[in-house]
Design a protein around this ligand. Structure first.
Ligand code: SAH
Length: 341
């Protein structure tokens, strides 16, 4: 048994043959899955009834349930999606002019333990399978045409590399949903082995790296992953990735009041990221999380001064707006349930 949403379009003929089914059905199957977006094989009316039954047995369509929806005043929607075993994850829909971005999760919980992030506050339950990752997109698209995907929900994509990349390849596939690779952004906290693997895929996904501090002393305090792969090794890996793929990396830097928001931090950050060709920086105001009330968002003035230092040092930088926080849908606020507990 292989879930239908885990099979790449080019793999269908072989998958059918292996089960003694006729490979010429692949084209019809792909149309049912990715033109008609069926949710159960019974609805694949172009297939003979008997085949529909066999498809259900051999290649089931992943069953998910929408357990809850929360909507923030700025139009951001957060969906809680549950899987057959009762596990659930959140996915966020972010409308903007000319864009409809979906933020998807790769794991139930997270093992990385970043101090400022709610997703990891109670550890990792399990990783999602490729079809479960795809199923979030399948839910999201019912709310409007998704133009961009960011893999910035719960979990660390490079700690669930195979299933995540399979899901993204499927969503990207021409005979699948056909979402452009450049519209898909993977975000990692710096799991170094993932970079080399991604550079070998030959697909132009965008890559973001969560940096959040300009040196090991600060970074290790808030991101345990830094003790395994310190900042020098991470940045060297980023430089090698950029040289090999010719793709720019964006560094995410969440500003935490009194911790990493000084002008000295800004200068040090500028110097560091300039070791990576074409590097860009995204500054994110901290979204408050209930388990760390001591972490606060800096004032707008402080954030603009920080931005200014980076720009004067020639680093392409953006200061993000925080969205969705009144629905606990902002960066770092995603959990396994809508109601904390
Ligand atoms: N594990 C991946 C993807 C998930 S996090 C990663 O670490 O990149 C997506 C982004 O939200 C990361 O940059 C993360 O550091 C950031 N983030 C986490 N908690 C946050 C918070 N409380 N406020 C603002 N951004 C946060």
């Amino acid at each position: 048994m292989r879930p239908a949403w885990s099979i790449l379009p080019d793999e269908w003929k072989d998958a059918l043959s292996e089960k003694g089914l006729r490979p010429f059905r692949a084209a019809q199957i792909l149309q049912s899955l990715y033109r008609d977006y069926i949710e159960k094989w019974d609805d694949a009316t172009t297939l003979p009834k008997e085949l529909r039954q066999q498809m259900q047995e051999e290649f089931p369509i992943t069953k998910t349930e929408l357990s809850d929806v929360a909507e923030s005043a700025d139009g951001v929607k957060k969906l809680l999606i549950s899987f057959a075993d009762g596990a659930s994850v959140e996915t966020v829909l972010i409308p903007a002019t000319g864009r409809f971005t979906q933020c998807i999760s790769t794991q139930v919980g997270c093992a990385m333990g970043c101090e400022f992030c709610a997703s990891g506050a109670s550890g990792l339950d399990r990783s999602l399978t490729a079809d479960e990752i795809v199923s979030q997109y399948m839910f999201g698209r019912k709310f409007g045409q998704i133009t961009n995907i960011v893999v910035m929900g719960m979990g660390e994509p490079f700690a669930n590399y195979d299933e995540t990349i399979r899901a993204l390849k499927l969503i990207n596939a021409g005979k699948g949903p056909n979402l452009g690779a450049r519209h898909i952004t993977i975000s990692t906290c710096g799991v170094v082995p993932g970079f080399e693997r991604l550079s070998q895929e030959g697909i132009q996904f965008e890559l973001s790296v969560s940096l959040h501090a300009p040196n090991n002393e600060l970074r290790s305090q808030i991101m345990p992953v830094n003790r395994r792969w310190p900042i020098e090794e991470l940045l060297e890996t980023c430089a090698a990735y950029t040289q090999k793929t010719k793709r720019a990396i964006t560094f995410e830097y969440t500003l935490v009041k009194g911790f990493n928001d000084s002008l000295q931090c800004a200068r040090e950050l500028a110097r560091r990221v300039k070791s990576v060709p074409m590097a860009k920086v995204n500054l994110i105001p901290l979204s408050p999380v209930s388990h760390r009330p001591d972490f606060k968002t800096p004032s707008q003035e402080t954030m603009l001064a920080f931005l200014d230092v980076l720009m004067k040092n020639g680093v392409q930088t953006m200061l993000r707006r925080s969205r969705g926080s009144d629905a606990s849908a902002a960066c770092g606020q995603l959990r396994r349930r809508l109601i904390e507990g």
